[in-house]
Design a protein around this ligand. Structure first.
Ligand code: SF4
Length: 215
């Protein structure tokens, strides 16, 4: 359970990685978490005890994955974290809008992964209709009061024009903060997309948003 100030920007957070994800992104670095079946994971009760011990110097707990929205225990886990007085962050790609609807009012911040243009999601996730689910979830986040950031991992297969179109769509939907993330291969080496060396283009794109970051 790592402690960071990056996973929920500005807050000292513990990150809890939840098992299970229905997608198979080409660049996934958490493949061991894709199965919903427990592997070497700790039961939630044990994680909660650790969080209670560290609550004095933590400000937040971030649920990450995998895809936290596939875990039926998520609403209870969020309630437990709030009971010990910590803020709740959520990393999601929006794969389960029904669960998102159940928890969105209890969450303080969301880091929302956008994978590609919504019609082309399957090219990254390898799952048909994943873009529809992501669009439904992102729309729900935008319409809510919750603070959020969109993150896009820019895989080498994504054409620059397609990325630009996606960024324009996000801006039009009301997204205010976007981070473009460099993709890493299985050995953790950065596979740099040409968009990251196009300063003029990045400067132009940054005007679409209140906050625009490169990571
Ligand atoms: S959504 Fe996240 S956890 Fe799931 S396959 Fe994609 S990168 Fe991996």
């Amino acid at each position: 359970m790592p402690t960071t100030t990056v996973d929920y920007p500005g807050y000292i957070s513990a990150v809890v990685f939840l098992q299970g994800c229905p997608w198979q992104c080409v660049y996934c670095h958490n493949r061991h978490l894709q199965s919903i079946l427990p592997s070497e994971s700790l039961p939630w009760e044990d994680v909660l005890k650790l969080l209670e011990l560290r609550a004095g110097f933590l400000e937040a707990v971030v649920f990450s994955g995998g895809e936290p929205l596939v875990q039926e225990m998520l609403p209870q886990a969020i309630a437990d974290v709030k009971r010990i007085g910590l803020l709740v962050g959520l990393h999601t790609a929006g794969a389960n809008p029904k669960m998102l609807a159940r928890v969105i009012r209890s969450v303080n911040w969301i880091g929302f992964d956008v994978k590609h243009a919504f019609d082309d999601y399957h090219l990254i996730t390898n799952v048909k209709d994943s873009g529809k689910l992501a669009l439904e979830s992102l729309s729900m986040v935008i319409e809510s009061d919750v603070d959020f950031e969109v993150r896009i991992t820019v895989h080498e297969s994504i054409e620059t024009d397609s990325l630009l179109d996606t960024l324009k769509v996000l801006s039009g939907m009301g997204v205010k903060t976007v981070a473009l993330q460099k993709c890493r291969d299985k050995d953790e080496f950065v596979v740099e997309h040409p968009v990251f060396s196009d300063r003029l283009l990045l400067e132009e794109v940054s005007k679409y948003f209140d906050g625009f970051y490169i990571r």
